[in-house]
Design a protein around this ligand. Structure first.
Ligand code: SAH
Length: 348
């Protein structure tokens, strides 16, 4: 656990998990290079350029069918090294130059260190710490991959006395704060002591905010992350240190801390404002968007070793036993916007 968190606990007492996680993520992304083969984790855009290319074409196609509004805001939350956006823009410049020309790039990024990297990659990008400062006068296309999982999570634990909020102390979890029972869904309130229920209020607020803006300004969002359809019991909080699972509390601030995303809750947050599609498996989406055809094109021009790498990357991104099913995709659009490709009919 980093000093800043230990000192906060010493001063203020047990720290609600969401606050501890916010401090931890801040420190972690500001000080470490988590991405790539030497880092703590590898994300889909870092596995293959095809991922970003397909996401780019997904948006370009939707934008063209919506009447090619120009200009529009192309917004990414948590771009990391910028790989997804770079692949999106390259594919779109090639396939539909008018899309790339009409795009005004806005990046939501908290880490000053990652911001500097992103600024070098996208000199014209406008940076934001939060959603609130985005312009309100143009349609927005919003993308986030492995962003929501990093937002501060709230955990409730069932104790012998009822539900408690999980808080962090110097030497373990604290359960002395009773939870507001209204926040725990009725169907799981009777769970056995020790059961954990998760809500990510920060993620719900973000998704609702994006959906509200999209409804007002026009546009669409695509959110991809690892997750499940809640409500469910279970502690999904995880800490990854140099590619290995580590103890969450011991490594607070020094490792990548994240939690699986409840996509039912995300869809619910968007639904009052937008037309919701999915969630569906990442593998299903990528196959529907044409990952096979694109991989075949790339393979045709590649060396034998590169061909094998392309195949392995496609399998990793799409197969149910790898990232194809654990990762889920959710889309939502402004009322009146066309249906996004790759998704079955709206789940409204
Ligand atoms: N989307 C990238 C990186 C995912 S890592 C990829 O797929 O490779 C999470 C990213 O979100 C990092 O860029 C991190 O700095 C950023 N981030 C985490 N919490 C944030 C917050 N509360 N506000 C803004 N950015 C945040």
């Amino acid at each position: 656990m980093i000093k800043e968190i230990a000192e906060t606990i010493e001063r203020d007492g047990p720290l609600p998990l969401a606050r501890a996680m916010a401090l931890a993520a801040n420190h972690y992304y500001a000080t470490r290079e988590p991405f790539g083969t030497t880092g703590d984790f590898v994300t889909s855009p870092e596995i293959s350029q095809i991922f970003g290319e397909l996401v780019g074409l997904f948006f370009a196609d939707l934008w063209a069918r919506a009447g090619s509004p120009s200009p529009f805001l192309l917004v990414e939350a948590g771009p990391g090294r910028g790989t997804l956006m770079a692949d999106m823009l390259r594919a779109c410049r090639h396939a539909l130059p008018a899309f790339a020309e009409a795009a005004q790039l806005h990046l939501i990024e908290q880490s000053p260190r990652l911001r500097a990297i992103q600024q070098r990659a996208f000199p014209s990008a406008i940076f934001h710490e939060r959603l609130d400062t985005l312009p309100t006068d143009a349609p927005l296309l919003f993308v986030a991959n492995e962003f929501l999982d990093a937002l501060p999570l709230t955990q409730f634990e069932r104790t012998d006395l009822g539900w408690a909020l999980r808080a962090v102390t110097a030497d373990g979890w604290d359960l002395s704060t009773p939870a507001n029972i209204q926040l725990v869904p009725e169907e799981i309130r009777d769970a056995v002591p020790g059961s954990v229920y998760e809500r990510n209020f920060a993620a719900e607020t973000l998704v609702a905010g994006v959906a509200r803006r999209i409804a007002a300004q026009g546009g669409a969002a695509l959110i991809i992350d690892y997750g499940y359809s809640g409500p469910a019991l279970g502690d999904t909080l995880q800490s990854i240190h140099h590619g290995q699972f580590a103890d969450v509390l011991q490594t607070l601030g020094e490792a990548d801390i994240s939690a699986h995303v409840d996509f039912t809750a995300m869809a619910r947050a968007a639904r009052p404002h937008a037309t919701v599609y999915g969630p569906i498996d990442q593998g299903v989406l990528l196959l529907a968007l044409g990952i096979r055809a694109r991989a075949d094109r790339l393979r045709a021009a590649a060396s034998i070793e590169t061909r094998a790498e392309i195949e392995a990357a496609v399998a990793r991104l799409t197969s149910p036993g790898s990232m194809g099913r654990l990762f889920q995709a959710l889309a939502f659009t402004a009322p009146g916007w066309p249906q996004p490709s790759g998704f079955p009919t709206s789940t409204r």
